[in-house]
Ligand binder design. Structure first.
Ligand code: UD1
Length: 357
């Protein structure tokens, strides 16, 4: 069986790494990896391949940044060529990025079955590019690997019931596997002179927050008002927008520690030792839960509804007062049920794909 895996953005390297390990241990499957080049800076891409020991991509498309249409179209053209020449039995895509959409669209037009990992998530907000990407991908997929029961329900409401599997969340596999290495190897806490459990971790990268000056300002004003150290790794677009909107003053307080985007080990270490995470990232909301750290989500809705229902995550949107109030009042819940499976998601997906040959 030949699988063609399409990745392109940071979280996809982490997810693909776990499934690639499972696939590698199985001589019946050959995996060909395509990196679209959606993320291309060393600290957004290369560092993940090196740290996670992810096999070097067989094809690197180098599409880079651009408008959604241009970026996706460039990926489609290249992926179609590769799919025709490789003739895979399955195209494997992850999550909800433009690389996911391009992979599933190119494959389904060539009648190649599509497997979607992290299927069934919905924010019900079609202004998010990610929502369009996952809606289309799910409707084109033959295998839909869902991280949660809520994801299965979302698909059922859209009439998708065939090929749907509850596998758990592959990011949980990665957290369990890599956390011990991360805590041993990372020196980020010392490098930034942080005191364990006495700082907050904040990340902002979603277009809905970075590209609307009033939302970005409001979030930065909240960070400014917080009374503990705030580690704030800056996504390249967020950095660009802060400069463009002249918001540098808002992040110049000594308690706000601006750092470059973090590698996976530093991120796991910083997140696991934080008092609280503030983020608009889907992945980090889940990682906070998996690492037993409360989270405030800087969005108006979330796909990860179970983290909210369990009391570990609260939605604050981009409202300064709400964010500051929630930071003051959020509690660490006593119970933390296994919301995202048992950490054996990669093996389950591998077995399902093999069985279906
Ligand atoms: C993308 C995904 C998002 C995912 C995130 C993970 C889409 C629509 N969005 O968001 O779902 O949560 O990855 O991190 O696919 N840039 C650089 N260097 C890089 C990469 C990006 O400078 O290596 C800058 C460029 O200005 C680019 C901007 O960041 O235009 C946004 O990058 P893009 O890949 O479009 O979206 P992300 O916000 O990273």
């Amino acid at each position: 069986m030949r699988i063609l895996t399409v990745v392109g953005a940071r979280p996809q390297f982490i997810k693909a790494c776990m499934l690639s390990k499972a696939i590698k241990s199985n001589s019946e499957i050959e995996e060909v990896i395509v990196h679209t080049g959606q993320h291309y800076d060393d600290n957004m891409s290369t560092v993940f391949f090196e740290q996670l020991n992810l096999p070097k991509a067989d094809y690197y498309l180098g599409v880079g940044s651009g408008s959604h249409g241009k970026q996706t179209a460039n990926m489609l053209v290249e992926l179609e060529h590769i799919m025709i020449s490789i003739n895979p039995d399955v195209v494997l895509v992850y999550g909800d990025t433009n690389s996911t959409l391009a992979g599933s669209l190119a494959a389904s037009k060539l009648h190649i079955p599509v497997a979607h990992v992290e299927s069934g998530l919905r924010s019900f907000n079609k202004k998010m590019p990610e929502e369009i990407n996952r809606l289309v991908t799910d409707h084109l997929s033959d295998w839909l690997f869902c991280p949660s029961q809520a994801a299965i329900e979302n698909l059922r409401r859209e009439g998708i019931v065939n090929g749907v599997h509850l596998t758990g969340d592959i990011m949980y596999d990665a957290v369990l596997y890599f956390k011990p290495y991360a805590l041993k190897q990372s020196t980020i806490i010392e490098n930034l002179s942080l005191v364990r459990e006495k700082y907050y971790l904040a990340t902002v990268h979603r277009a809905e927050n970075t590209d609307q000056p009033e939302r970005l300002k409001s979030i930065l004003e909240a960070l400014q008002q917080l009374k503990k150290d705030v580690v704030f790794p800056l996504h390249p677009r967020t950095k660009r927008k802060i400069n463009e909107f002249k918001f540098m003053d808002l992040i110049s307080s000594p308690h706000i520690k601006i750092v470059e985007p973090l590698n996976y080990f530093d991120m796991l270490t910083i997140a696991s030792q934080a008092n609280l995470v503030l983020t608009d990232s889907g992945g980090l909301q889940k990682e906070a839960y998996m690492l037993q750290v409360p989270c405030i989500t800087l969005r108006d809705e979330t796909e990860w509804v179970e983290t909210v229902q369990s009391g570990w995550n609260q939605l604050a949107g981009a409202d300064t007062d709400k964010i500051v109030d929630q930071v003051k009042t959020i509690q660490t819940p006593k119970a933390s049920p296994l919301l995202f499976g048992d950490g054996k998601t990669a093996q389950k997906i591998n077995d399902i794909l093999l069985k279906s040959r």
